[in-house]
Design a binder for this molecule. Structure first.
Ligand code: EPZ
Length: 433
């Protein structure tokens, strides 16, 4: 298991290029099951989650090729309908297999995804929508058994307690594209990753209206064909680099990022005193050497609101902003596992219900800390880049799920960061057996 050691206090400088979006790739890979023809997906990030999804598709019977590290080719001629627990439990996004399997093969047996550290993640909205489409759903032995022999277009309201659902919308769109009749999804998610999936499906011959809005209308077609599709850049990775430049008071140009996907985030940074420069259609620049950070209040919401996947990283930045900031988590009310670790570095943060009350201060000190999930690990590394002294971040395998060569790219920007095996850490820092 790897750890990283960071020597803080160095401003990041230089250029970084953004990879393709993980959260677009995963459902897009699943969507290739909707046709027996080859689909070539480009601009795919080299991440463990992505490789894992490809492994699941192979297990289901698809032929999987990888012409180059960022391009994958899938040909799903004949498929089995069963996605086993051993695979599904390792990655929640595999729940997006339900839609394409029942959509194309009219049946599916998919293990129910397990728990998640960021909080309860039920799939009741996915199942409600699939039932509305006429699927019979039976839960047995930890598996969802779907019979879609009578699947048919329907009107579905997809809003939940926390608003719309991203993978729920993806699942229902994929189940509806080959279903006879018309499906109208109200309160659908309109994250850029959902738009990307819909655009690829249209390229495969699907008939979808309202892409980019909260109402999607899908007119079922008889079959879909293969395609070649380029995935959008990862807005969460772009936001993470922008915050890395800001917290180190550096000067970084972020290439390949789409500012339109980051509206609420860039607006919030502007309120906090950091104006990110748009230097071209896909080029953003952070010049933070003289940044006078101001405290701000942040509320995470479904898109186009402030993304929950940038909340932890923003929390790390606001821990260094003099004054009182409040972050309220409306998407995952308990998503604050990074806070106790930031407190270990001297951050003054209190959790009140689903809010973090942050009294920002100029000094954080390096410490041994533990990553609990993907975005928390990025936030802890950002705090380590800012803190004085040495920070050891353990369990960085979380990072590799969503960031391609993160520590390598940081070194390219002048950071003092080193990855090593946990066994090589000073013995007094090592996790007990
Ligand atoms: C997607 O998860 C992303 N994952 C998450 O990114 C992201 O945090 C999330 O959307 C919100 O933006 C992928 O795209 C693979 P949701 P998803 O269904 O689809 C509740 C990362 O770091 N809900 O939109 O699973 C749910 O509990 C990951 O890259 C129900 O109540 O999220 C949550 O509170 C982490 N019932 C809220 O809605 C349901 O049936 C939003 O969940 C479905 C969801």
């Amino acid at each position: 298991m790897d750890v990283v050691r960071i020597q803080g206090g160095r401003p990041l400088r230089g250029e970084i290029t953004i990879s393709g979006a993980k959260n677009a790739c995963l459902p897009i890979f699943a969507a290739t099951l909707l046709t027996e023809e080859p689909c070539v997906i480009e601009n795919v990030p080299d991440l463990s989650d992505v490789r894992f999804m490809a492994q699941i598709l192979e297990h289901l019977g698809a032929t999987v090729e990888r012409p180059d590290p960022h391009t994958w080719k899938f040909t799903a001629r004949t498929l089995t309908t069963r996605a086993p627990y051993a695979l599904v439990r390792q990655m929640r996004a595999s729940v997006t297999l339900l839609g394409p399997l029942v959509g194309r093969l009219r049946r599916a047996e998919v293990s129910l995804p397990g728990g998640c550290v960021i909080g309860p993640r039920p799939i009741d909205l996915h199942l409600k929508g699939l039932e509305k489409l006429g699927c019979f759903i039976r839960m047995e032995g930890g598996y969802l058994h779907l019979d879609g022999s009578r699947i048919r277009g329907a009107d579905i309201f997809l809003g939940g307690r926390q608003g719309s659902t991203v993978t729920g919308t993806a699942n229902l769109v994929m189940a509806a594209v080959l279903a006879p009749g018309t499906t109208r999804l109200e309160s659908a998610a309109c994250e850029p990753e959902v738009d990307d999936l819909c655009k690829m499906l249209v390229q495969m011959g699907a008939n979808i209206e309202g892409i980019g809005s909260h109402v999607l209308t899908i007119h079922g077609v008889d079959r879909l064909h293969g395609t070649r599709y380029r995935v959008i850049p990862d807005r969460i990775e772009a936001g993470t680099w922008i915050l890395a430049a800001a917290i180190t008071r550096g000067d970084v140009t972020v290439r390949g990022a789409n500012a339109k996907h980051l509206g609420a985030f860039l607006d919030k940074l502007d309120q906090a005193g950091l104006t990110v420069l748009v230097e071209g259609p896909e080029t953003l620049r952070v010049r933070a050497a003289n940044l006078q950070l101001r405290p701000v209040d942040v509320i995470t919401l479904p898109h186009p609101g402030f993304p929950t996947d940038l909340q932890a990283q923003m929390c790390a930045l606001l821990a260094t902003a003099p004054g009182l900031s409040i972050i309220t988590e409306r998407v995952y009310p308990n998503r604050f596992m990074h806070v106790p670790e930031l407190q270990r570095m001297g951050a003054d943060i209190a959790i009140e219900g689903s809010s973090a009350i942050i009294k920002g201060k100029p000094n954080l000190s390096g410490a041994p800390i533990m990553a609990s999930d993907l975005r928390a690990s990025a936030a802890l590394i950002l705090a380590g880049l800012y803190a004085s002294g040495e920070t050891w971040v353990q369990r960085v395998y979380h990072l590799d799920r969503g960031y391609e060569k993160f520590d390598e790219k940081l070194r390219g920007l002048g950071a003092s960061i080193e990855r090593m095996n946990a066994k090589d850490m000073p013995s007094d820092l090592q996790e007990g057996e």
